[in-house]
Design a protein around this ligand. Structure first.
Ligand SMILES: Cc1cc2nc3c(=O)[nH]c(=O)nc-3n(C[C@H](O)[C@H](O)[C@H](O)COP(=O)(O)OP(=O)(O)OC[C@H]3O[C@@H](n4cnc5c(N)ncnc54)[C@H](O)[C@@H]3O)c2cc1C
Length: 729
């Protein structure tokens, strides 16, 4: 008999919770949510990019003590941990009465409960020349990237080591010290000026101020008080009093500025910041919350500091659950005094709390410890209980490894081949398909029609990303045959959900599918939808050919082998599912997987043989061409493009569920079978590249055109007059 705990209770999804921004408070909420998800609630997180930088370590990064990775909170990993879908985008409008937001370049997203944690901006577009020559200390990512580029330019003598910081608050001073420290390593005479409108630095008590001034003196940082900036130029900042401050790099850190779009939301605001009550809900709205720098605590106003965003997280988490479950909310009572730990350029820091000020290297070590512990909390996520094998089970069922998704869960090639033998010979004269074709070929008047079907088990919680990739994946069969996409039917299985959520999700799926199909020249003409145990999205497609479709059987010895896309999706998706892949790599790969390849197919329209690389991996699909064409193939392993991160993950032992079957079905001769790159030849690909046999003398020209069109195409080998087998060099 099943134990009660073993039984799956399939309750429907009924509420959409949307976290806008991956700020510190939301990152911590995601961690808590992952440890105790709320059944029935679907969590979405929206952030521009796969990471959110942790400000506490930014000065250390600028000074050169931390790598960029050290301060990036990996939201992809956190999203996997808490079962959230992550949308790479920025919200630019919100209607809290209609409970709908708009995401730039993405569209409208409806919600039941939402929270804002989008921080502030330090940009000063009102200053002439800022857009061309200024950089805000926030957004952090942009500042960190520009700073690295500037430092390199100084190092090679391309630019003057002159920096101006607008704003003499704690952040501006801390950044000036960090930049001075880093510049002294690459230049003998750096010039750093802090421009402050008041008559002294701000944000600390007198003792800390004196200590900061000492540190600035020691690193040659000049403070210019009473400074009113008029204009920023490429090599200086012009002040209203007519003076010019030499600066080839100008950073703005002059107080907290709210994001401009918030002003148009109609929400209650205080100087542009969203007014919230003690429960952190926006005044007048029980289902919208705001936290961190973008919020104004009406009951207890506080300066903008990360410490409050961090302290708000547990209250926000509990209140989100309360409003989703009909429970009672808690109040947030911020502390009056908080510890300021300010780094002083080198590995030394100053601590101030109340009137007490201490400084020295020990304080830096303490700050380093606090900052790293914070990051560790968001990186080393608690291991979730591993699925257990049932104590008594049928023989042979000895794997507890979760099944991969996408093409990683395809039926093994040899099982499929065996099953196909039961089919009777084709009876109709207008069915022209040849063995191994990517799509069926039908006689259609003077033209030929090709027909295919494909579906993907969800590898991402985002139906939009999944739909886009599933559409591109299915179109691959049509493009590989040199056909023009004609019509598509969608097949959609969604998890059990309320009617409201069904309508929202289906609208997203169909909008995305129709966009991709329309851009490919096909009409989305219908489909079928159902609810099931997990999300599966697929398409059946037809395409038209004026001449004969490109098949697998035309490759000639001597032809060059072209691949239009990197390999490694299987290994990265498997590792991502286990929370082990880098978010930046995952998001870059998903973006490439969702990029159509119709233009690549057009460039390769003269190919002798072509296929798209999918579940059976590069080796499996290449062997299919070899067998149909009666040729051998030689792959140059070094020339095969792989997705960033795939090699390391392969070396670390990650592989997809289908890998072993692929290895068995398409053996490849190679001197080092343990080589992690070699393993990728059998990695199942989802929305993989086109693999084409082209006359050798055309290969370079075609690759040039493919790369110019934005594809990561490469010549990866050649066909030989060997028997149908693959040798790797
Ligand atoms: C140099 C410097 C040093 C600092 N040091 C400290 C310190 O040591 N201690 C301290 O307490 N405070 C410090 N601060 C202040 C601290 O940075 C902020 O208070 C803290 O980051 C606020 O966190 P948050 O949760 O509001 O959001 P943030 O950390 O600002 O994150 C906001 C997130 O929202 C995303 N986002 C922005 N717009 C949108 C949008 N439209 N849609 C979706 N997502 C969006 C951003 O990409 C970002 O990931 C420092 C600030 C600076 C500039």
């Amino acid at each position: 008999m099943l134990e009660a705990a073993d039984m799956q209770i399939d309750i429907p999804l009924t509420r959409d919770l949307v976290l806008i921004g991956g700020g510190h408070a939301h990152a911590l909420v995601m961690r808590r949510w992952g440890m105790k998800p709320l059944p029935g609630a679907r969590l979405t997180v929206i952030n521009p990019g796969p990471t959110a930088p942790y400000t506490g370590m930014l000065p250390g990064h600028v000074a050169g003590h931390y790598s960029r990775d050290d301060l990036d909170i990996d939201l992809v990993r956190l999203a996997r941990f808490c079962g959230a879908r992550l949308i790479d985008g920025a919200v630019d409008a919100l209607d809290a009465d209609a409970r709908v937001m708009h995401i730039e370049g993405w569209g409208d997203l409806k919600y039941d409960v939402a929270s804002l944690d989008v921080g502030i901006t330090a940009e000063m577009p009102e200053i002439e020349g800022f857009a061309d020559h200024g950089t805000g200390a926030k957004p952090l990512g942009q500042y960190a990237n520009r700073w690295r580029a500037f430092l390199r330019a100084v190092e090679v003598g391309d630019t003057a080591p002159e920096v101006a910081v607008i704003g003499g608050g704690v952040a501006g001073v801390e950044l000036s010290l960090a930049m001075a420290h880093a510049l002294r390593n690459v230049s003998k005479r750096p010039v750093i000026t802090v421009l402050e409108a008041a008559d002294q630095t701000t944000g600390t008590g007198p003792k800390a101020r004196a200590r900061l001034m000492q540190a600035m003196d020691a690193l040659g940082v000049t403070l210019r008080t009473g400074a009113q900036v008029e204009r920023i130029a490429a090599d200086h900042v012009a002040l209203l009093d007519g003076s010019r401050i030499a600066a080839a790099f100008t950073v703005a850190s002059a107080g907290a500025r709210p994001h401009a779009w918030i002003a148009d939301t109609g929400l209650p605001l205080e100087n542009g910041f969203v007014r919230v009550t003690e429960t952190l809900s926006v005044e007048g709205y029980d289902t919208l919350f705001a936290v961190g720098d973008c919020a104004h605590l009406t009951h207890a106003p506080r300066p903008k500091a990360g410490v409050f965003a961090v302290r708000e997280a547990p209250i926000l988490h509990d209140n989100l659950r309360a409003v989703l479950t009909g429970g009672k909310m808690r109040a947030f009572h911020p502390q009056k005094h908080y510890l300021k730990l300010i780094s002083l350029g080198g590995k030394s820091a100053l601590a101030e709390r109340g009137g007490l000020t201490v400084s020295g290297p020990l304080l830096w070590r303490w700050k380093d410890h606090i900052d790293r512990s914070f990051m560790d909390k968001l990186t080393d996520l608690p291991a979730m209980p591993a699925p257990r094998l049932p104590a008594v089970r049928a023989l042979g069922g000895d794997t507890a490894k979760p099944l991969c998704a996408g093409c990683g869960s395809k039926i093994a090639g040899d099982s499929l081949a065996q099953a196909l033998t039961v089919l009777p010979p084709r009876a109709r004269a207008d069915v022209l398909s040849r063995p191994g074709d990517d799509a069926a070929i039908l006689a259609h008047g003077a033209r030929k029609q090709v027909m295919t079907t494909d579906h993907l088990r969800a590898f991402t919680a985002d139906p939009v990303t999944l739909t886009r990739i599933a559409a591109v994946h299915a179109l691959g069969d049509i493009w590989a045959m040199g056909a023009s996409p004609q019509a598509a039917l969608s097949s959609v299985t969604l998890p059990r959900m309320s009617r409201t959520l069904q309508a929202r999700t289906l609208a997203e799926v169909l909008r995305t599918a129709s966009e991709v199909m329309h851009a490919a020249g096909a009409d989305l003409v219908g489909g079928h939808s159902t609810m099931g145990s997990e999300t599966v999205i697929g398409f059946s497609l037809t395409g038209l050919c004026d001449g004969d479709p490109i098949g697998h059987d035309g490759a000639q010895p001597g032809d060059a082998l072209i691949l239009t896309r990197p390999i490694g999706t299987g290994v990265i998706l498997a590792a991502e599912m286990a929370g082990q892949a880098r978010g930046t790599n995952v998001q870059a790969m998903l973006r490439r997987m969702g990029t159509p390849q119709g233009d690549a197919a057009a460039i390769l329209s003269g190919a002798q043989a072509m296929t798209d690389v999918t579940g059976f991996g590069l080796a499996g699909h290449l062997l299919a061409i070899c067998k149909s064409s009666g040729v051998g193939a030689q792959i140059v392993l070094d020339a095969v493009p792989v997705y960033d991160g795939a090699l390391d993950l392969s070396a670390a032992g990650h592989f997809s569920s289908l890998h072993a079957d692929n290895l068995r079905s398409a053996p490849v001769t190679y001197h080092d079978p343990q080589d992690p790159k070699f393993a990728l030849l059998h990695d199942p690909q989802t929305a993989g590249g086109l693999l084409a046999a082209v006359p050798a003398n055309q290969a370079d020209f075609l690759i040039e055109r493919l790369c110019a069109a934005g594809h990561v195409a490469a010549r990866i080998g050649r066909f030989t007059d060997d028997a149908p087998r693959i040798v790797c060099a």
